[in-house]
Design a protein around this ligand. Structure first.
Ligand SMILES: [Ca+2]
Ligand SMILES: [Ca+2]
Length: 335
């Protein structure tokens, strides 16, 4: 393999970039990843990226409802049509109790997944977001256009919140985590918007004992099923616009995940989605609109460039390599 080919073909299947990390308050916030008073949105995105990019496998916590992360890959993830397209890893587990009752549940902390195509081509996630409609998308218990505002408490106190439906509550402190639960680098008020799924936890304890089982939703949420299951895989064809109309995206560049439930489970505290990585399940799949392809015999021969042309994929798009020269699918020299 020529040097130019080996350089051009390095497409990683793994999450490559974290563009934004803004958790809601929570018991693991400022700890996963660790934050200091000197941190900024930029340094925290970099810390989140170091934790989960390139299959690093550490944990980033999104805190209570609404807290989010925005990440992407080093190439567009192609919509395969009928297969799973990408996987998001979390730390969900099935509890033995739930296995005995033939229900899937345990530590399931579902996060809503949104996707975006870099429509303006600037490499930044500033384009329209589309929700992947998971199993609860049409549930009458799902609240759309929900908004919560968290307020920084004075010192190490419970974090109060109010919502846009007259509700209020706190993210309570517990004895296990002593750090500030309010993101250190955030403004004193933090408002998140999105959809809220119904609480998924049931206290299955008996005789005054508490034992919370967080039951899995069927499909379409991050940190909802264990990483080895199909329950953490996603299809781009599930994308819908803000009115619920399916959106046919050829590929996506960016993914946003936010904690989807607003729930406190006794001593185990608030429910918060965790992310430990993500992976394109078919990184070599070409973009469908580049399938049009010129015959290899049309690629110019020269004495300096005598090798037979071959088709290669660069960032998911068909190119043609001849010697040290690279042509696009229309036959134009690109390198
Ligand atoms: Ca953009
Ligand atoms: Ca979790």
């Amino acid at each position: 393999m020529s040097l130019i080919l080996s350089i051009l073909m390095t497409v990683s299947p793994y999450l490559a970039r974290v563009y934004e990390y803004m958790p809601a308050p929570g018991q693991f916030v400022n700890a996963m990843p660790v934050a200091t008073m000197d941190d900024t949105p930029q340094t925290m995105a970099a810390k989140a990226e170091a934790a989960i990019a390139n299959n690093a496998g550490k944990t980033v916590c999104l805190g209570a409802w609404g807290g989010y992360i925005v990440f992407g890959f080093d190439h567009p993830v192609v919509n395969s049509g009928d297969e799973y397209d990408f996987r998001i890893k979390g730390n969900a587990t099935y509890a033995s109790y739930a296995k005995e009752t033939n229900r899937k549940g345990g530590a399931s902390e579902p996060g809503i997944v949104m996707v975006s195509y870099d429509a303006n081509g600037n490499g930044l996630p500033d384009d329209t977001w589309y929700e992947l409609a998971g199993s609860e998308y049409n549930s009458p218990q799902t609240i759309r256009h929900y908004a919560v505002t968290y307020t920084r408490p004075n010192g190490l106190e419970n974090v109060p919140w109010t919502d846009n439906r007259g509700g209020s509550g706190v993210v309570p402190r517990n004895e296990f985590h002593q750090q500030d639960y309010y993101p250190l680098w955030a403004p004193d008020e933090l408002t998140f918007t999105g959809s809220r799924l119904a609480p998924n936890a049931v206290d299955e304890g008996e005789n005054g004992e508490h034992s919370f089982i967080l039951y899995c939703y069927d499909y379409g949420y991050a940190d909802n099923h264990p990483n080895k299951t199909d329950g953490c895989k996603f299809c781009i064809r599930w994308a819908v616009d803000q009115n619920g109309v399916p959106k046919d995206l050829q590929a996506i560049h960016f993914v946003k995940v936010y904690t989807a439930v607003q729930q406190v489970c006794g001593w185990i505290g608030e429910t918060s989605t965790e992310i430990t990585g993500a992976e394109d399940l078919h990184p070599d799949m070409p973009l469908p609109d580049t399938q049009t392809d010129i015959p290899l015999t049309d690629i110019p021969w020269s004495a300096q460039n005598p090798e037979q042309p071959t088709k290669i994929l660069i960032n998911g798009q068909i190119h043609i390599l001849r010697g040290e020269k690279v042509y696009n699918a229309q036959g134009a020299l690109v390198k």
